[in-house]
Design a protein around this ligand. Structure first.
Ligand SMILES: C[S@@+](CC[C@H](N)C(=O)[O-])C[C@H]1O[C@@H](n2cnc3c(N)ncnc32)[C@H](O)[C@@H]1O
Length: 275
């Protein structure tokens, strides 16, 4: 898919998903976010840029890590996500988080102006993950930290059939390279190519629990990357897609009607060379 088209699909897709995202994914993504924060190892007073911040599930935790002597610039491609995060910030008393709409590949900030650059579950969506990691590396100081988490390999993500199910009914693939960044050593290579050193990569297997059929449909079909395509389906196609998706995860259904779906995440961290 043409890069500009992919950016548009992502931007407007996440605008549509924004109203569902935060509550739908908070619990399921927490173990991956925990690992990212652990490997980023932030300190009080640090300046941190976050790319693909979404509704702020990680942003608020970053702001706790750097405390009010630090500063967070949270950025995302989708204005809907930015608005969602801003309204969350307006409702609480946090003053050291700034929010701006920005593509991860083109960060509109000065070189070497942050101590760390963080990206949770965003690199799979960009048409150019290498450019996004290079941009993160550019904006941190020598000795600064770059850390990112992505979904792992397709075969370890039990919800992954959603892509072919939706793609069969739309003109072009929704996320053509989604699982590319989760292949073994893919993040390590991206980090090394961006000139980062002391790279560590960690892979984790989790079980994502959804309370009901309605919850898993809301999270995966309405609160995720296929939201834009799904919004255009008429009632018959929507119903067909829901049935096919639920059939694809039927083995994950538990006797109480909840779902326990395997998911894999990969996190990498690296340091910008001090020279
Ligand atoms: C799954 S959400 C992750 C949000 C948040 N980081 C989290 O972990 O909960 C993916 C986010 O990536 C953003 N995104 C997709 N493509 C992007 C790009 N090229 N540049 C910046 N953000 C992008 C979307 O708008 C969406 O908010």
């Amino acid at each position: 898919m043409d890069a500009r088209l992919q950016l548009r699909v992502q931007r407007y897709g996440w605008d549509v998903a924004a109203s569902h995202y935060h509550a739908a994914w908070e619990d399921q993504l927490r173990p991956a976010h925990d690992q990212l924060l652990k490997m980023a190892d932030l300190e009080k007073g640090q300046r941190v840029i976050e790319t693909a911040c979404g509704s702020g599930l990680v942003t608020l935790r970053l702001s706790e890590a750097v405390a009010d002597t630090g500063h967070i610039l949270a950025t995302d491609l989708s204005q809907g996500m930015i608005n969602d995060l801003q309204s969350r910030l307006d409702a609480c008393d946090v003053t050291h988080i700034e929010v701006a709409r920005m593509a991860a590949e083109k960060l509109d900030v000065q070189d070497q102006s942050f101590d760390a650059a963080i990206c949770a579950l965003g690199l799979m969506y960009t048409p150019d993950p290498a450019a996004a990691v290079t941009a993160m590396s550019r904006v941190v100081i020598p000795g600064g930290t770059v850390a990112a988490t992505v979904w792992g390999e397709r075969r370890n993500c039990g919800w992954a059939d959603v892509f072919p199910i939706v793609d069969a009914r739309v003109a072009s693939e929704v996320c053509p390279m989604f699982f590319g960044t989760g292949a073994p050593n893919a993040l390590t290579r991206l980090f090394a190519d961006a000139g980062l050193i002391d790279i560590e990569e960690h892979r984790q297997f989790e079980t994502l629990v959804f309370k009901s059929e309605a919850d898993v449909v809301e999270s995966v079909l309405l609160g995720g990357p296929v939201a834009l395509a799904v919004k255009r389906f008429d009632a018959d196609v929507w119903s067909e897609v829901c049935q096919e998706f639920l059939a694809s995860i039927k083995d994950c259904k538990r006797t109480d009607g909840s779902y326990a779906i395997p998911g894999e995440f990969v996190t990498a961290r690296g340091t910008r060379s001090p020279n």
